[in-house]
Design a binder for this molecule. Structure first.
Ligand SMILES: [Mg+2]
Length: 261
């Protein structure tokens, strides 16, 4: 069935890696996909830029080029560029956000001068950062969240994700005006633009029903759910979202070993 598609969007955590380890057969399966069409690794993780994400994957043992990855840090920078031209921004997050924002021509300024506050997962979140963000937001700065993932998987278990930062701002009365990460249509629109393909021509492969599958379906993409990440077979039976295909993992999907739904 993979021959139906001209390109592939592949989630990273739970599909290629889990808990810092490369999943069995993932590297070979990714190489197989590349022979069928362009592959773009679409991740909500905004802590790294495209270059940083590719480096992290290469270190883990998955050979990829920066051009093959699309982290939400880049989606945010590209979305703002397309919609508003260059903006003056401040951020709460890790290096992926300023790297991608500056590369897209946006200018990092002190919070009191920012037109946009861009936020993502930040393992050094402090009260002082929240206070600065609040001052900027009270002055009328607009808020963009790279994603709202509640938690983030690490080898030591789940840690607070971008949702913890967004939640703190929401708790002060400032929900994000824009969220660009999955399941936002913005993530998939930018991904299709980068691939140069239409939704019908592309298969989204992910491990989460609420982000990967639901978000892609909303834009008319077919979806493949792999059970190597957060979703178990039992969750699928209870869920209302129905992926086009289900497989144990990426290797099984590429071999055509589907689980009947
Ligand atoms: Mg995932």
């Amino acid at each position: 069935m993979l021959q139906r598609y001209r390109g592939f969007l592949v989630d990273i955590d739970g599909v290629l890696v889990r808990g810092g380890q490369v999943l069995p057969g993932a590297v070979e399966a990714l190489a197989d996909l590349r022979t069928r069409g362009p592959v773009l690794l679409l991740t909500n993780n905004s802590t790294k830029s495209r270059v940083g994400t590719a480096e992290r994957l290469r270190r883990a043992g998955i050979p990829v080029e920066p051009i093959e990855v699309l982290p939400s840090s880049h989606v945010a920078a590209r979305f703002l560029r397309t919609q508003f031209g260059g903006v003056r921004f401040w951020y709460i997050g890790e290096e992926g956000i300023p790297e991608e924002m500056k590369a897209a021509g946006h200018v990092l300024v002190p919070p009191e001068e920012a037109d946009w506050i861009v936020v993502g997962m930040d393992r050094e979140l402090t009260y002082a950062k929240l206070r600065q963000a609040l001052r900027a937001l009270l002055r009328g700065a607009r808020l963009l969240a790279t994603n709202e993932d509640p938690t983030f998987p690490t080898p030591d278990g789940l840690v607070p994700g971008a949702g913890a930062v967004v939640g703190a701002l929401r708790g002060m009365g400032f929900p994000p005006e824009v969220v660009v990460g999955k399941p936002s249509p913005i993530a998939f629109q930018v991904a299709l633009e980068v691939l140069g393909l239409a939704g019908k021509e592309v298969l989204m492969i992910g491990d989460r029903l609420d982000t990967d599958v639901a978000g892609a379906q909303a834009l008319g993409l077919d979806t493949a759910l792999v059970l190597s990440g957060v979703t178990q077979k039992a969750d699928l039976e209870k869920a209302r979202v129905r992926p086009t295909y289900v497989a144990a993992d990426l290797a099984a999907l590429v071999q055509g070993a589907l689980i009947p739904g």
